[in-house]
Design a protein around this ligand. Structure first.
Ligand code: BES
Ligand code: ZN
Length: 620
């Protein structure tokens, strides 16, 4: 028996060894030097089309199959270099059947490993056979308990910024656009969806075909699989969700057709055919993700009163700013997000009026001021619109700077030239750069050229883009509603009484502003009354909950704790988790409490949120 198992052991070691070396390795590896967060040689080789053939294995949390890359190699480069991270590469074939040499480069913690493939003269197609790791950062495998229906598992991807490489070997850099198609096989009970032409119903084979005929960058590759159903909202739009959420979601998004026409009227025809929204389970780490044709959204925006739908306007706006005209590198991220926040504001204004849009923008500017205050002390260089993310994780560039400073920059330009001229510019810009990528410097050159018709107006582009902080020329957003709340706050705090609090015309944003601008000490004695009168601890509005729990932490109001804990256990959206955990770390008891909650909750968080919170709690 003993001898037998030794023999078996030797045999399996031999097998593992021979398996891993079965393919021919590259004789002499080229120099691997990452540029713009990619190892790929996208400057020499053009990636034209990508075809995915994958099966979804919920049991082993793995995608398995192949990707076929169609390339154009005009300079006859000897190697194709792709990005991979956490991927298990099984084999590589040229033209789908010819063996070739390939090797993986050394691992970089942020960028992963380059996959170097030997090409033959005239190679047009490269097939990479692979499977993903259960811990792949872009993939979130949810157990049935983590879904709304509690009966079926769920999978979704999040590729932005550089996580596509954890589920597809590719040129993972926004400078590269390619078309794609896919064949996805999954259990017959589930419906797979992609950022492509979708099926609205399950079929009996569990096999689905997808096409994305418009060229996209890799960060917009997306897949979701689960017990998903569809409800139409208009001719070219609708909503996908777990059945338990479908009707509620459809009600919340009734204004979607109006939003699509408003956006088209502003900056040109919608270019992607359909626009659908997929409502994900609550562990989705972001508010929304603009995957083309199929925005992924957090269920935390479904408040029951349409009060958080500006997020839909935002993701829809990305169909122009981001998806049609794409930032070439992550240093130019503000071109995606700043333009989108500006555009979102214009859509909101068109549909819900200027007062409401101003209130939303005023709240965002408040967040920006708060962000600036801390960033100017810790990372002033990151308060420039043009970022320097070389050697860093592009995730470090995701802040209110790109979003709100970027949008305020455009509002400043709008103010200088007037709306008509500025809208003409934006239309021309989207039209000129559509299906292309753009850098900050190209934006500046294009802007200066276009606006040379008005030489008397001299905007300070350099200061806005390359200097730290917020220029003094930043427009002031005046919101009557915000002023009304500010006046109430003064009275409430002066009298230590809630008698001046008039909530009769309150929306979610009124509450957000109120809770954020209370001085935590001044309202300490009013917390219980606030809570019992307005049921704030028990609120089911994710934004109000977040701001209320923050206030409770700051002034030690303990009655909200069980509700806050429940919130942290179910919601995975980083925007809410980060400030709450951060506030808890301010006292030793709070830090202990935060660690205890995190240890229980982390398995329900996506890697993106988990990593951020872990750093916050355990780097201290
Ligand atoms: N594209 C972003 C999300 C993103 C950015 C993911 C960078 C990964 C890296 C999306 O459009 C977005 O901005 N979402 C916001 C919502 C918004 C209304 C500001 C979010 O998730 O909070
Ligand atoms: Zn965005």
């Amino acid at each position: 028996m003993y001898k037998y198992s030794i023999g078996l052991l030797c045999l399996s070691i031999l097998l593992i060894f021979s398996n891993s070396c079965k393919h021919k390795q590259i004789d002499k590896m080229p120099k691997l030097q990452p540029v713009n967060h990619t190892y790929s040689n996208y400057d020499s080789i053009e990636l034209k089309h990508l075809h995915l053939d994958l099966s979804v294995d919920f049991e082993h949390k793995k995608l398995k199959g192949k990707v076929v890359l169609e390339i154009n190699n005009p300079s006859n480069c000897h190697f194709l270099i792709l990005d991979t991270k956490q991927l298990e590469i099984e084999d590589v074939k040229l033209e789908d059947s010819v063996s070739t040499a390939w090797s993986l480069g050394d691992e970089d913690k942020i960028l992963g490993r380059a996959l170097v493939i030997d090409l033959a003269k005239g190679t047009k197609k490269v097939a990479v056979y692979y499977h993903t790791d259960p811990e792949a950062e872009a993939l979130m495998w949810l157990s049935p308990e983590q879904t709304l229906g509690k009966k079926h598992p769920f999978l979704f991807t999040q590729s932005q910024a550089i996580l596509a490489r954890t589920w597809v070997p590719c040129m993972d850099v926004p400078a590269v656009r390619f078309t794609y198609s896919a064949d996805i096989t999954c259990d017959k009970q589930y419906l797979p969806l992609m950022s492509a032409s979708n099926n609205f119903k399950k079929n009996s084979l569990g096999k689905y075909h997808f096409d994305m005929p418009q060229p996209i960058p890799s960060y917009l590759l997306a897949l979701a699989v689960g017990n998903i159903q569809f409800k139409s909202l208009g001719e070219n739009c609708g909503v996908f969700a777990e059945p338990e959420m479908l009707d509620k979601a459809a009600k919340e998004f009734v204004d979607l057709p109006k939003m699509i026409s408003a956006a088209g009227e502003l900056y040109g025809e919608y270019a992607w055919g359909r626009y659908d929204i997929l409502v994900l389970p609550p562990s989705f780490p972001f508010g929304g993700m603009e995957n083309p044709r199929l925005t992924f959204a957090t269920p935390t925006i479904i408040a029951g009163d349409k009060s958080l739908v500006s997020l839909v306007a935002h993701e829809l706006a990305h169909s122009w700013s981001g998806n049609l005209v794409t930032n070439r590198t992550w240093d130019d991220f503000w071109l995606n997000e700043g333009f989108t926040v500006y555009f979102e504001d214009r859509i909101m204004e068109k549909i819900y009026g200027k007062d409401y849009a101003d209130m939303l923008m005023s709240i965002s500017v408040g967040e920006l001021e708060h962000t600036l205050e801390s960033m100017m002390a810790t990372a002033p260089g990151d308060t420039k619109l043009k970022l320097s993310l070389k050697g860093r994780n592009p995730d470090d560039g995701v802040s209110d700077i790109a979003y709100v400073k970027g949008a305020m920059f455009l509002k400043y330009l709008e103010g200088l030239y007037g709306r008509k001229i500025f809208d003409d510019f934006l239309n021309a810009y989207f039209n000129h750069f559509k299906w292309k990528t753009v850098t900050t410097e190209e934006f500046i050159a294009y802007f200066n050229n276009h606006m040379s018709k008005w030489p008397k107006i001299k905007p300070n582009l350099e200061e806005w883009i390359y200097a730290i902080g917020l220029p003094s020329s930043c427009p002031k957003i005046k919101s009557k509603e915000i002023e009304r709340i500010d006046a109430m706050i003064v009275k409430i705090q002066r009298d230590s009484s809630l008698k001046s609090l008039d909530t009769s015309r309150f929306t979610t944003q009124h509450w957000m502003h109120l809770l954020r601008h209370f001085n935590p000490d001044s309202v300490k004695s009013l917390m219980q009354e606030l809570d019992t009168t307005y049921g704030l601890s028990k609120s089911t509005n994710s934004e109000i909950q977040c701001d209320w729990y923050l206030l409770c932490i700051k002034n030690g109001y303990k009655a909200a704790e069980p509700y806050m804990e429940q919130y942290l256990m179910t919601v995975g959206r980083r925007k809410f988790l980060e400030p709450i955990y951060e506030a808890l770390t301010k006292t030793p008891e709070g830090l202990e409490q935060a660690k205890r909650i995190f240890n229980r909750a982390e398995k329900g968080y996506h890697a993106v949120s988990r990593n951020t919170i872990r750093e916050l709690l355990f780097a201290k």
